[in-house]
Design a protein around this ligand. Structure first.
Ligand SMILES: *Cc1c(COP(=O)(O)O)cnc(C)c1O
Length: 467
C-alpha cells in the first residue's frame, strides 16, 4: 500500500471531528525517553530487532514521545510506514551503516557507558550539529557582550530561546535543533534574561518581529511566558509589532490550550498582546494532515484563534513522511479550512539524519508545484521550497532552460543582506542536489552574485565574535 492509500484508509475511519462536540477530557502528560523504550506498550507490536534498532539510534538522536502521540496520532496498523511513527521514532537507516553497526556492537555486549559515550559523541559530531553558522554568525551583542540565548540573522527579526522552553512535548527525528536535546549543554542556546532581551530590542528599532523559539516555548508555564512577553507592550518597544511563537504543541500536546491547568492563562496572555496592538503569530509546525485530525487539536486551534492571534503553518518536506503532493495539498487545504495560513515549505536541513529525510531539490519543487496546482489561491500562501542556509532563505522557484542550458531559478526570501532579497539568480541544473552548497552558478558565472558580500559579512561577524 502506498502512503497515500494508507492515509486515505485512515481518513475514512475518522468521523469528521468538527461535528463532534463532546467536551475534551483532560489527559495525563506521560513522557517516554530512550531509557523507557521498553515500557512503551505499543512497541510490543514490533519485532525484537526493530525495537533494538530504535534503541541504538535513540542513543544518538533525541527521542522523547508522549502518550497522546502514541495513542491518538500513530496508526500502529501502519507501522513502520506510518508517517507519525517515523516523525518520532528513530529508524535504523537514520544512521550511516558503519555508525549503526559500531554502536549496535557495543550495545549487544553491554559495553559500559564510559566506552559508549565517546563513540556517541563522535557520531554526533559527524552529523553537523550546528548548521548554517548559527553559533558563530547569528549571536548578537549588547555592550560588546554576546547574548547566547538569541539570534539575529535578518534585520527585522530576532529569535529568542527562553531557557524554560528548550525541550518539546515530543521530539522529531529530523529536528534541525537536535543537538540541543541530546544533553550537551555547551551546544545549548538559552537565555532566561527577559531584561536582556528587552534591552536589546529597545536598542534595535529596526527589529519589528520577535520570534520565540526553542525547543518549544509552549512547554513553558504561563507565568514564564508572561515574563518574556508582557514587557513588549511598553512604549519603548512599540517598534516590535509582531510576536511570533514557533511551536509544535498543536501536534504534540494540544491540551496545552484546552485542559492544562494554566491553559486559560496562556490564552489570556495572547489576547492581552493582541489587545495591546501586537500582531501575534503562532507559527505552527505541522508535517502531515493527520496531526490535525483529533478533536483536541481542532479545539486548541479554535481557542488560539479566538484570542485574535493568527496561526501560520510551516514544515520541512521529508522523505518517508510527507514527500507527496497529495499530502501537502490536503495539509494546506485542511489548514485553510481550520482558519490557519500556510506560510513555509522548507527543504530538510543539512544536519542530523539528513540523508534519510532529504529529497532532491528538483523533486521538492515538483511536489510544491503539484500541491499548489491542487489547492485554491487561499492555500497558495506557502512559500518554498526554501533552504535556510548560511547566507539566507533561498527558494527554488523552478527549473527552466536559458539559451539551451538547464538551470534552477532561485531567489532569496530572506538574506543576511536585505539587498539580496527578491533578485532572481541561476544555478546549473543538478538532479541530485539537495542543498545550497551542492549548486554551481549557471550561464558562465564564476560565482553567485551574493558570494563576495557574504564572505565579507562573515569576516566581520567572526571578528566581532572573537573581539
Ligand atoms: C526564517 C527566519 C526568520 C524569519 O524570516 P521571515 O522571512 O520574516 O519569515 C528569522 N530568523 C531566522 C534565523 C530564520 O531562519
Amino acid at each position: 500500500m502506498t502512503f497515500e492509500e494508507a492515509s486515505a484508509c485512515l481518513a475514512v475511519e475518522h468521523d469528521d471531528p468538527q461535528t463532534l462536540d463532546a467536551p475534551i477530557q483532560a489527559r495525563r502528560f506521560k513522557v517516554f525517553t530512550d531509557r523507557q523504550l521498553d515500557t512503551i506498550p505499543q512497541l510490543q507490536h514490533l519485532s525484537e530487532s526493530q525495537r533494538f534498532d530504535i534503541k541504538v539510534v535513540s542513543r544518538v538522536l533525541p527521542f522523547r514521545v508522549n502518550e497522546y502521540v502514541l495513542e491518538e496520532l500513530i496508526n500502529w496498523q501502519q507501522v513502520p510506514d506510518d508517517p507519525i511513527f517515523r516523525l518520532v521514532f528513530p529508524q535504523r537507516e537514520m544512521l550511516a551503516p558503519e555508525h549503526f553497526n559500531e554502536l549496535a556492537e557495543l550495545m549487544r555486549r553491554e559495553a559500559p557507558a564510559s566506552e559508549m559515550a565517546p563513540v556517541i559523541s563522535r557520531i554526533r559530531a559527524q552529523l553537523n550539529p550546528h548548521p548554517a553558522g548559527q553559533m558563530e554568525l547569528n549571536v548578537p551583542h549588547l555592550d560588546g557582550e554576546p547574548l547566547p540565548g538569541m539570534q539575529h540573522k535578518y534585520r527585522e527579526t530576532v529569535l529568542f530561546f527562553p531557557s524554560q522552553g528548550q525541550v518539546c512535548h515530543s521530539y522529531c527525528t529530523f529536528c534541525f535543533r537536535w543537538a540541543q536535546f541530546v544533553g550537551d549543554s555547551e551546544l545549548r542556546f538559552a537565555s532566561s534574561e527577559a531584561g536582556q532581551l528587552h534591552d536589546y530590542l529597545a536598542r534595535h528599532p529596526e527589529v519589528t518581529d520577535l520570534l520565540m523559539t526553542g525547543g518549544d516555548p509552549m512547554v513553558m508555564k504561563a507565568r514564564h511566558l508572561r515574563g518574556y512577553l508582557e514587557g513588549l507592550t511598553r512604549p519603548e518597544l512599540a517598534h516590535v509589532r509582531n510576536i511570533r511563537i514557533g511551536s509544535k504543541s498543536l501536534t504534540f500536546w494540544p491540551y496545552r490550550f484546552v485542559t492544562d491547568p494554566d491553559a486559560d492563562e496562556v490564552l489570556a496572555l495572547l489576547r492581552e498582546l493582541v489587545d495591546a496592538g501586537k500582531h501575534v503569530a503562532f507559527m505552527a509546525h505541522f508535517n502531515h494532515w493527520r496531526e490535525m485530525e483529533t478533536p483536541v487539536c481542532r479545539e486548541a486551534i479554535r481557542r488560539i484563534r479566538a484570542t485574535g492571534a493568527q496561526i501560520r503553518t510551516q514544515a520541512p518536506l521529508l522523505h518517508h513522511i510527507n514527500d507527496s503532493a497529495d499530502v501537502w495539498a490536503r495539509m494546506w487545504t485542511t489548514q485553510v479550512q481550520l482558519g490557519m495560513v500556510p506560510y513555509y515549505m522548507f527543504v530538510e536541513r543539512d544536519t542530523g539524519a539528513q540523508h534519510y529525510f532529504e529529497v532532491p531539490l528538483v523533486k521538492a519543487w515538483e511536489i510544491y508545484r503539484q500541491a499548489m496546482q491542487r489547492v485554491s489561491g487561499l492555500a497558495r500562501t506557502a512559500r518554498g521550497p526554501s533552504m535556510s542556509a548560511d547566507p539566507g532563505k533561498v527558494e527554488i522557484q523552478g527549473v527552466t532552460e536559458i539559451n539551451g542550458e538547464k538551470v534552477f531559478v532561485l531567489r532569496f526570501i530572506q538574506g543576511r543582506d536585505p539587498d539580496w532579497v527578491q533578485r532572481p539568480f541561476f544555478a546549473k541544473f543538478d538532479a541530485n542536489a539537495t542543498w545550497l552548497p551542492d549548486l554551481k552558478p549557471a550561464l558562465g558565472a564564476r560565482r553567485f552574485f551574493f558570494e563576495q558580500d557574504f564572505a565579507q559579512i562573515k569576516e566581520e561577524k567572526l571578528a566581532l565574535a572573537e573581539a
